[in-house]
Design a binder for this molecule. Structure first.
Ligand SMILES: Nc1nc2c(ncn2[C@@H]2O[C@H](COP(=O)(O)OP(=O)(O)OP(=O)(O)O)[C@@H](O)[C@H]2O)c(=O)[nH]1
Ligand SMILES: [Mg+2]
Ligand SMILES: [Zn+2]
Ligand SMILES: [Zn+2]
Length: 384
């Protein structure tokens, strides 16, 4: 019988800790029938899921796993109740920074990179959305459309089963991914954001702060017009100034307010700063040198762990590169606001799209690095 006492389950929609008493349980004997099952006194004392006691119900005597959250009313996928760790991250960045493309290739790599993990979607929505995105990028080979602004993003909910060990028990992790619209991230602080987006930001275990290097004027002047055009999302973005410093500051103020952290204190939240579209930077004379670590294949997955020295080197190389581009204000802003920051560089596609926004064979570069960092910090993979 599953004991809830030690559960770390969190409602992925309202971020409330899921205790037994915070949930409503339903028995669903068939598609057209459902009835609520209340917790008995013994269930409460023993901290266990309820059992259907209705006479003649075909589920009579079975443990009930269908539940909804009492706080927000959302239906909870049964798998969210059973896991050893709850992991969640939220991607933020200006419109067109490459968030959705990155998360699409991240999920794909997680499924097929050879890690001894099995990834399963927890609900139909996650399955459908990831199928559409993967189909677009990997089969139709076309760039994704911008994420709809003004609506709260639904979290993608995944279960990771960790097949590394040989024991009988397979550790499972719940992974919730939040991918908002850049347009909404750009206005944090200024417009009354949907309260759900704010919850996601303050509730995530790790923030992915996506930085689009193609917004830097020093980069734009060194890259071919075709590459630049193909690697930018919208007309609006092409003329947008690099406004990441403001975004980092307002994001930080926002989290501080929401989590009651005083302005003089760094935010105690893991923040992965991710420079996207690395492939486009290889055209730069002033770019990364050809023997730099960042351009080498990522060592983490091959080693089934997080190679800290490699990651620290990449962090240094990007900081150095950003400094050479005159972006010290951005580095200053992340270091001043976040206690636990690491800088990463990725290319979701491996090379720029063509002028019609079509993709060549997708070869993601280093997309799993930030995730491996989080997994290492959670003790799920070793730090090497
Ligand atoms: N060269 C290159 N371009 C990329 C890469 N990833 C994304 N892009 C470009 O960036 C555009 C925007 O990518 P998205 O993933 O939709 O960006 P987003 O951050 O989700 O944007 P919003 O949903 O509007 O917030 C794509 O249409 C591509 O043109 C990459 O790895 N390399
Ligand atoms: Mg998007
Ligand atoms: Zn809830
Ligand atoms: Zn029943």
């Amino acid at each position: 019988m599953f004991n809830f006492r030690n559960s770390t389950a969190i409602c992925p929609y309202c971020m409330q800790k899921l205790k037994l008493g915070n949930m409503k349980f339903f028995c669903v004997p068939d598609e057209d029938n459902r009835h609520e099952v209340r917790l008995s006194l013994t269930d409460r004392i023993k901290n266990r899921l309820p059992v259907c006691k209705r006479s003649f119900c075909r589920n009579h005597g079975l443990t009930i796993r269908e539940a909804s959250c009492r706080n927000c009313g959302e239906k909870l996928p049964p798998q969210i109740l059973f896991h050893d760790k709850f992991l969640s991250f939220c991607a933020v960045g200006v419109a067109g920074a490459g968030k959705s493309s990155y998360l699409t290739t991240l999920v794909h790599e997680l499924k097929y990179s050879g890690l001894p993990w099995v990834l399963q979607a927890m609900d139909v929505e996650t399955t459908t959305r990831s199928q559409i995105n993967e189909q677009n990028v990997y089969e139709a080979r076309h760039c994704l459309k911008g994420t709809e602004a003004g609506v709260a993003p639904k979290p993608q909910l995944w279960t990771i089963m960790d097949n590394t060990g040989k024991g009988e028990k397979i550790p499972t992790y719940a992974l919730a991914i939040y991918d908002g619209a850049g347009e909404d991230c750009e206005h944090i602080d200024y417009t009354p954001l949907d309260s759900k987006i704010s919850l996601y930001l303050s509730g995530a275990r790790m923030l992915l702060i996506m930085f689009d290097p193609l917004l830097l004027s020093s980069v734009r002047s060194e890259i071919r017009y075709e590459t630049l055009n193909a690697s930018m999302a919208t007309e609006r973005q092409t003329s947008a100034p690099a406004n990441m410093v403001n975004m980092v500051n307002s994001l930080s103020n926002y989290i501080r307010r929401h989590c009651n952290i005083s302005p003089g204190k760094r935010i105690d939240r893991r923040a992965a700063v991710i420079i996207t579209k690395l492939d486009a930077l290889t055209e730069m004379v002033n770019g990364f040198s050809s023997d730099s670590t960042i351009l080498k294949e990522s060592p983490h997955v091959k080693n089934l762990g997080f190679v800290d020295s490699d990651s620290k080197m990449v962090d240094l190389e990007i900081r150095d590169w950003l400094t050479r581009q005159g972006e010290t204000a951005f580095l200053g802003a992340i270091d001043a606001n976040f206690k636990d920051v690491r800088v990463f560089g990725v290319s979701s596609f491996g090379r720029p799209p063509d002028i019609h926004k079509r993709l060549a064979r997708v070869r993601p570069h280093r997309v799993l690095d930030p995730l491996m960092w989080m997994l290492a910090s959670e003790g799920i993979v070793p730090t090497i």
